[in-house]
Design a protein around this ligand. Structure first.
Ligand code: ZN
Length: 245
């Protein structure tokens, strides 16, 4: 199976469209959360994603935009974008998002938005010791796909070893899944990268080949910035896109 991974789209239609244009053939899409929040096109992004019939989990912005989580934990800019999205998100898309679980686990795929330890607390995994809290929760799964930090990177732990290695994939790259190791994989953010690289980030997991590849693609971010400006969204949210921060 060849899986396409699109995380943290954040209502960025230009980034999502650019990513989907270059994907190639994919058997199934995975979305580790945050379809909406921040960006100017929540309904368009939901429509496109729903057509892809992905396996999805709930992101913290998704939860807040559909009223499943309070906005008090968000910074003022994020709060403003959540309230803006709440007013505009179509009911059918909100219902779709409300149906997302906090963890998806089947015989092939394990996925959550933040961490496996307390999924609805939306903890960030940004270090090998934070990853170390989730590895024991993976059971027999060799891979867990996450999102949330908007940073393209992989944490690798050898079985029975508490140390984990952190592999940065800010410019893209490919890893091979080796037997006896566990992997926590963040394919980065489609719509609001924060690893210093402004290019949209996405992933391809080839389960037959045993590889995970992260790729970066250019999109017309000036169009997204203009839309956000016209929508009256906080300037900090559209200015940061240019810097990948
Ligand atoms: Zn996010």
């Amino acid at each position: 199976m060849r899986y396409g991974i699109v995380s943290d789209i954040h209502s960025n239609l230009e980034a999502l469209s650019a990513v989907l244009e270059v994907f190639g053939t994919v058997d199934m899409f995975l979305c580790p959360g945050d379809i909406v929040g921040y960006g100017p096109n929540p309904n368009e992004c939901c429509s496109i994603l729903r057509d892809l019939k992905p396996i999805s989990v709930l992101g913290n912005h998704d939860a807040a935009c559909v009223g499943r989580q309070s906005i008090e934990w968000f910074n003022p800019h994020a709060q403003a974008a959540i309230l803006w999205t709440r007013e505009r998100l179509a009911e059918s898309h909100a219902d779709y998002i409300l149906g997302f679980p906090d963890i998806h686990s089947d015989e092939r795929i394990l996925m959550t938005h933040g961490s496996l330890r307390n999924p609805l607390d939306f903890e960030y995994i940004m270090s090998h010791w934070e990853a170390g809290e989730s590895f024991p929760e993976m059971g027999d799964h060799p891979i867990c796909f996450i999102g949330h930090t908007h940073i393209a990177e992989v944490y690798v732990q050898k079985a029975d070893n508490l140390d984990a290695d952190q592999i940065s994939l800010y410019d893209g790259g490919k890893i091979t899944v080796l037997p006896g190791y566990k992997y926590i994989v963040n394919c980065g953010s489609v719509g609001q990268p924060r690893d210093g690289n402004p290019l949209a980030s996405y992933g391809i997991y080839d389960s037959d080949e045993g590889t995970i590849e992260i790729r970066r693609v250019e999109y017309d971010l000036a169009v997204t910035q203009n839309k956000m400006q016209e929508a009256g969204l906080p300037p900090a949210l559209w200015q940061r896109l240019k810097y990948g921060m």
